[in-house]
Design a protein around this ligand. Sequence first.
Ligand SMILES: Nc1nc2c(ncn2[C@@H]2O[C@H](COP(=O)(O)OP(=O)(O)OP(=O)(O)O)[C@@H](O)[C@H]2O)c(=O)[nH]1
Ligand SMILES: [Zn+2]
Length: 377
Amino acid sequence: MTEHDPTANSALRVTSEQRQGLLELGWNDALEADFLRLASPDTRPARVASVERGGFFVVENAAAIDAPTLARLEGTELDSTAQPAVGDWVALVVREGTPGITEVLPRKSALLRRASGRQGRAQVVVCNLDYLFIVTAIGYDLNLGRLERYLIGSLAAGIAPVIVINKTDREHERNAIDALIEELGVDVPVLFTCALEPGGIDALSPYLTSGTSVALVGSSGVGKSTIANSILQTDRLATGDVRHTDDRGRHTTTRRELWRAPGGALIIDTPGMREFGLWDAREGVARLFPEIHAASESCHFRDCTHVDEPGCGLLAALADGTIDDDRYARYLRALEELAETEALAAESTERLNARRERGKQNKLRTRKGSRRKHWDR
Ligand SMILES: Nc1nc2c(ncn2[C@@H]2O[C@H](COP(=O)(O)OP(=O)(O)OP(=O)(O)O)[C@@H](O)[C@H]2O)c(=O)[nH]1
Ligand SMILES: [Zn+2]
């Protein structure tokens, strides 16, 4: 990234008309300062509304959000997690033909997860959010482990999580749900919705103020798109029914998309996830289990696994009953998963480096070969 002296190019200034359109997309002073500092003079700010193979769809003002412009990434090849993702702010060079993205502005937050598949790769789910709506529904989906994973991801990303329990029209025992939430042990808002009823999502309103960016994540079939439609007061997002046997959805939503609600909130619906695989989320684990994390600070060994090491702060805290057995077990499981993904990631980096090295050697060999031929002649 090249830095530009903002005073050197007054042509770069964002016009007040442009700014108005951008504010309605969630723009703010900090973003503008970054833009003026980092982006080249011939570019304009824009937000990524959706991503498809081969292109990034961007908007420069809220009025155009229903018809985003296709743009292409320019310049050096970016690492997959550094490529523009939905919610990102970018610098756009507009000219005849397809506009180009020259810069991705620093992210205020990025929700990462482990990409599906066996390799250890990260995927950026969404960027620059104020709230993450972790959506679940009364029925099979509502489960402590699942909620914990999303919470860890959200806390690691520095996005304020909000748990949304949908389908309250289904029979349920409120006490059992309260007990489950209590077990999470964190102070996070829990909202109940029934997306099919008029007024059924009113509980979400305090989080949907103008310029606020919110994404809905969760399993397929929990009602994310139904909730999004209700917020957006449309029916343009496709919804699909669930299997009666196990409540599973049919993965109706297939891409992440940014929309603007009549009240001015920016809403991102996402495809249902089979599993939210943790990635680079140690900070999130520490925040979800603060008392356990605190006890681990007194471990004798820095790389203590808290299983059988002497001088383990956790084992001591377990013994004197200051931490809970179940929470200890869940904390360890999360750390184990993270260690596993880190190992996988290291392996695939190694493989990649080895492949690059082989490629270089091959090139060298062909070059030598062709030189020899030359001499032989
Ligand atoms: N009973 C009941 N059904 C609901 C409610 N909200 C949504 N549904 C139904 O649940 C099914 C799945 O809803 P969707 O909005 O498609 O779910 P989704 O989470 O977007 O699913 P994917 O796009 O596959 O990830 C649909 O049949 C909805 O009508 C609710 O509050 N109560
Ligand atoms: Zn320990």
